[in-house]
Design a protein around this ligand. Structure first.
Ligand code: GLC
Length: 401
């Protein structure tokens, strides 16, 4: 009964959380992921916010994305953090990420997906037209600057660009053992920022020397977003762009199959010779989100991997397989459940008709919110909420439909 009441009131709870976390700065409006822990604007968070806003306040979604692209760099990159307000929470020294007003790295390119979702609600072509040049510049930056050898995989220069800051997928490139402290991990990621800054973020001579991973989720998200760019270009009558993005989505998904796939599983790769990083994490399910797997591959992934021991915890879905030596149910991105990741997996399962499995993930997400509230992450064994409070990502359950 209590649970049913919770689900009934959930929409209202999500709306008030979004409004509570909403901020304005001059003409700009954005939403902080969590007032205490994350009092700035973040790239993929804003895309999640736009998806959530599409359920009850489309204009807020548009404003959120407009604020995000207003800080685009000249080369097209969109920074993963924007510090709108002056003043510095003591535990968040902003300059650590490279600049005074923004960071100098990006995050998974969910932008076209978010824009497209907003457009589908009210067919506002003017909004599409106004944001399109930013989108185009961003995806061109990723295609041209993050793939200098033209092998059609997009490289990331810092674990934080994946959105999964301390995921064990990145340990090997940071020369870290499966067990190490959060501080040690964080320091390595900040060192990467300084190294890249010192050589002006030059791709060929610098960026790829320190940390250069072709990550499965980042590239899957890229493919799905290029598909959205195709739809957007179609609406705007940009036929050349439509063809260009169609071609690039295919080039990336083909390259993923060529370099990342082994025995039905896609692995992130590193180095000039694309060595596979065989750490079992949710990343294996990310290609489902972009429909990169065949039906047969998807079946194998779900039956032998998603439903197997390693991911079958009390609550779903742990970000890292519990049989990995690096698994830590309280280790930030080293095991805990994050609702946005559940959302990606949910969408991926639905793409292939795994409705029952998808529903299990939705039920688990709802159970976590009911038990522990809008927390940042959740312990997959106990369901205990951890990290930031009043965290917006829980709102994505609205979109698990
Ligand atoms: C943490 C997450 C990252 C997110 C940010 C703001 O750093 O790892 O993915 O964007 O918080 O919510």
């Amino acid at each position: 009964m209590r649970y049913n009441d919770f689900v009934k009131n959930l929409k209202d709870k999500i709306y008030s959380l979004m409004i509570q976390n909403r901020r304005t700065h001059g003409q700009f409006q954005y939403t902080v992921p969590s007032p205490d822990s994350y009092p700035f604007q973040w790239l993929w968070d804003s895309c999640f916010h736009a998806i959530i806003y599409s359920y009850f306040d489309i204009e807020a979604g548009k404003r959120e994305l407009t604020a995000l692209v207003s800080k685009q760099f000249d080369d097209g990159m969109i920074p993963h953090m924007i510090y709108w307000e002056k003043g510095e929470p003591a535990d968040f020294p902003k300059i650590q990420w490279g600049k005074e007003d923004t960071s100098t790295i990006t995050q998974p390119p969910m932008l076209a997906y978010a824009v497209w979702r907003i457009y589908l609600e009210d067919a506002d072509k003017m909004f599409l037209e106004s944001i399109y040049p930013h989108l185009k510049k961003f995806y061109l930056y990723l295609i041209n600057k993050r793939d200098p050898r033209q092998h059609h995989l997009i490289g990331i220069i810092n674990p934080d660009e994946s959105g999964e800051d301390n995921s064990p997928r990145f340990d090997i490139c940071l020369s870290l053992d499966p067990l190490h402290s959060m501080d040690e991990n964080f320091q390595k990621r900040l060192d990467l920022v300084s190294q890249n800054k010192n050589c002006n973020f030059e791709i060929k001579t610098c960026m790829r020397n320190f940390f250069w991973i072709k990550d499965v989720p980042f590239n899957s998200i890229m493919v799905e977003n290029l598909d959205c760019m195709v739809e957007i270009a179609k609406v705007l009558g940009q036929t050349e762009d439509e063809n260009f993005f169609t071609e690039n989505a295919k080039l990336i998904s083909d390259a993923m199959r060529r370099w990342m796939l082994e025995d039905g599983i896609f692995w992130s790769v590193y180095g000039l010779d694309y060595k596979k990083i065989k750490v079992k994490s949710w990343a294996a399910f990310a290609p489902l989100f972009a429909r990169i797997c065949t039906k047969k591959e998807a079946e194998k992934l779900v039956n032998e991997y998603l439903l197997n021991d390693g991911f079958n915890t009390n609550y779903l879905v742990p970000t890292v397989d519990k049989l990995e030596p690096s698994f830590d149910p309280q280790g930030f991105w080293r095991g805990p459940i994050w609702i946005a990741i559940n959302w990606f997996i949910y969408k991926g399962l639905k793409n292939y008709g795994f409705d029952e499995e998808a529903k299990k993930i939705l039920d688990s997400s709802l159970a976590l919110l009911e038990k522990s509230g809008f927390r940042e992450q959740f312990n997959p064994t106990t369901g205990e909420g951890m990290g930031a409070k009043d965290f917006t990502w829980g709102g994505l359950v609205l979109d698990m439909t």
